[in-house]
Design a protein around this ligand. Structure first.
Ligand code: ARG
Length: 466
């Protein structure tokens, strides 16, 4: 019988049990629930609410329960939730002391605590997973500084760029992702325990002490807000969704580049799949699945936003639905990052093909405009001149390199012999040395900054994320 059935005459309808019970899902939180209970019990003893000997018994039993759960010895299928399951088990093993564990506590503050402890750990591991991924990206960038790629806007020829530059674009996206997670961590890292059901308690508890035991630097200020709040889960899911945007865009490019229509790279065989019907197939299922899982992670965010949107204060059972969403999204994001890191290590870039494609499509057009600008031609005029030059080349089936100086001069007297030097692919890439640009010098600086970021974090990361 449930611990709270004192006021009921009738048993719970079996349908209601099935409908309301969540232990099979939230059992994932068992070790956080136990850590929280141990800290709570210690605080109760320190405040003279329960006896020292009782705490010792409680802790001993909780540790045994923890081990039994780890060993799969506890059946959660008939348990209401993880908190009830553990409390019932504690009382079964340690009747008198066990009956005191829930003093000055509610499942409402308890679940917020469990989730926050869970998230502290998940955020830390996710950040270090991103860190490893970024290291891989940096290595790939360093190995491909001199590879030229047709840079696109609208998936049309735009300007040639270094492959390293393109890869590093993703490095910085994931750098922001870590920043978002660590920012979310600050709000996760505030202890909710002691808010009780919603109003606090008349018992002389010491919330600061519990927080200290659980390494929280602060406690929540308002007990009603504490048990109503799921912002920290929403923030985490939105950070996860943004990570998935980035992964999905990267996957999309890998899929396109692996297609024979681009042929910019080959995915390692270990990371490819075949067809049950067509014997020749080699498919990019891994990046496709990551792209697909993005939908699931967004769905978790949208679901929780919708669940929370009209809830009156304070706790409502609707909020229980957050766990499945949270666990699933956290796992999918981590797994996607890990497998994608390995996939990246198993790519073979077809650098010749990239270069060949980079040479198509009037790649130097913008460079010619900038050339004219350096000769004093106003930008808009220069743009028009080169636009006409491109038109003429298309109509006469020529490209920039096969025009004589006389032909150039027909479009503008400002063209001089040295215009020819501006037309090579290398030149176009090399000289874009504005900060953050694709030029060699800028790229070296960018790589240096990226390495520094990772090194600084490597030292301070565990501190920040404590
Ligand atoms: N299983 C619940 C949840 O996940 C725990 C809190 C239940 N509180 C309650 N008053 N029924 O949100």
């Amino acid at each position: 019988m449930s611990l709270w059935r004192g006021r009921f005459k009738e048993d719970m309808h079996p349908l209601v049990k099935n409908f309301t019970f969540s232990a099979e899902i939230d059992k994932e939180l068992f070790n956080y629930d136990i850590e929280g209970s141990i800290a709570h019990a210690r605080m109760l003893a320190k405040c003279g609410i329960i006896k020292e000997v009782e705490v010792e018994k409680i802790i001993k039993s909780l540790r045994e329960i923890e081990k039994d759960i780890q060993d799969g010895k506890i059946d959660f299928s008939k348990k209401e939730d993880i908190h009830m399951a553990i409390e019932e088990e504690l009382i079964r093993r340690e009747k008198d002391a066990g009956e005191k564990i829930h003093t000055a506590r509610s499942r409402n503050d308890q679940i917020a605590l469990d989730e926050k402890l869970y998230l502290r750990e998940k955020i830390k591991t996710l950040c270090s997973t991103i860190h490893s991924f970024q290291l891989t990206l940096l290595d790939i960038a360093e190995a491909n500084k001199d590879v030229t790629l047709p840079g696109c806007t609208h998936l049309q020829y735009a300007q040639p760029v270094s492959l390293a530059h393109h890869i590093l674009a993703y490095f910085w996206m994931f750098e922001r992702d870590k920043g978002r997670l660590l920012d979310c961590y600050k709000r996760v890292n505030v202890c909710p325990l002691g808010a009780a059901a919603l109003a606090g308690t008349s018992l002389p508890i010491d919330r600061e002490y519990t927080a200290k035991l659980l390494a929280f630097p602060a406690i929540t200020e308002n007990s009603i807000d504490t048990v109503s709040d799921r912002d920290y889960v929403v923030e985490f899911l939105s950070s996860c969704s943004i990570i998935m945007i980035h992964l999905s865009r990267f996957c999309e490019e890998i899929i396109l580049w692996a297609s024979p229509f681009f042929n910019f790279l080959e995915i390692g065989e270990g990371f490819s799949t075949g067809s049950s019907l067509m014997p020749h197939k080699k498919n990019p299922d891994v990046p496709e699945l990551i792209r697909g899982k993005t939908g699931k992670v967004y769905a978790a965010l949208i679901s929780l936003l919708t669940i929370m949107k009209a809830l009156p204060l304070s706790y409502n059972r609707d909020m229980q639905e957050d766990k499945f969403l949270l666990f699933q999204a956290a796992d999918e994001v981590k797994l996607s990052l890990e497998i994608f890191t390995q996939l990246m290590k198993n790519l073979k870039f077809n650098t010749q093909k990239m270069r060949q494609k980079a040479e198509e499509g009037f790649f130097a057009a913008t460079d010619l405009v900038e050339y004219l600008v350096t000769k004093g031609v106003p930008f808009r005029t220069a743009h028009r001149i080169v636009g006409k030059l491109v038109r003429w080349c298309i109509e006469n089936k020529k490209d920039f390199t096969c025009l004589s100086l006389q032909e150039y001069k027909k479009f503008s007297p400002c063209f001089e012999e040295n215009v020819k030097q501006r037309l090579s692919l290398e030149e176009c890439v090399k000289n874009k040395n504005s900060a953050g640009g694709t030029g060699k010098k800028s790229l070296e600086i960018q790589i240096k900054h990226a390495r520094e970021k990772l090194e600084i974090q490597h030292e301070s990361f565990s501190l920040q994320a404590r």
